[in-house]
Design a protein around this ligand. Sequence first.
Ligand code: GGG
Length: 360
Amino acid sequence: MTAQRTFRIAAIPADGVGIEVVAAGRAVLDALATASHGRFAFDWQEFPWGCGYHAEHGRMMAEDGLDQLADFDAIYFGAVGWPTVPDHVSLWGLRLRICQSFDQWANVRPVEFLPGIRSPLRKADDTDLGWVVVRENSEGEYAGFGGRNFGGRGDRGEVAVQSAVFTEVGCERIIRFAFDLARTRSRRKVSSVTKSNAQQYGMVLWDDVFARVATDYPDVETESVLVDAMAAKFVLRPEDLSVVVASNLNADILSDLGSALAGSLGLAASANLNPERRFPSMFEPVHGSAPDIAGQGICNPLGAIGSAALMLEHLGLPDEAKAVQHAVAVTTGSGTRTRDVGGTAGTEDVTAAVIDNLAG
Ligand code: GGG
């Protein structure tokens, strides 16, 4: 039977646990497609890029890799990094290259509190916590501007410059994205995060744009908070958060803090979106390649499975996305959990439980 709609997905497991969690997410999506009885299907193409590819070819992805990816409906990514390749080479050679080249300027990272997962913030299982970190994903501190010089001076004379780039267009589009997202949530609030007292150019521009854009959203509550104070707020007053918008570096750090507070980095999902849909968007767990546990079958697949749910939403399958999110919650609630969240189950056990729970 030919499916009514076939989605072409590029899978890039890349390194370490990325390989295990992408397999898990694919199994969940394929189970959904089978259960759709021909309504939709996934046509997967897997790309062997990453640090292993670098060892053979001296680069993280094929030379024409971006051209190869450009026509897919979405990219499903694992994790990048391995001790054989310097981290800045692997990150810039693959993940950041894809994000920047495909103008995936909005990185959405929900912080979700799942049933049965112990969090340092929750006093009881029914605590109604949860917020979304919206990360500017194309410029800021990760714009890639800078250089090293004077290496030949000797006697520790080398100088490095790393510039953060804030454009009015870049600030405005991510801030508007955050406001639009806030309008879809029960608490209509946007918290803007900078360090504009110390970084007085780019981040003051961000603050100015935030104040201007906010006037277009009088129905949305706002606050501007310095990043150090926001880190404390994540821990001390998380119930006051709904949408948190921040620059590339600040949101990278805050979203890791958020997922640790929700129980584990292994649970956190993310979407790197090109909202204009000129290029494919990319879906990946927040966590990295975790060389210390890679290949043992014990990593948590739920961040990758949650990212698959975000991909379903992006592909126009919101009911299926909700079904996956529900199955994940039933799975954690019923006690099938990996070690990072206090359980004993393996990656494949958790994946099988999610698939079983899709039906109910
Ligand atoms: N799956 C996410 C991943 O592989 N992250 C590796 C990393 O170091 N990322 C830095 C970043 O998010 O910019």
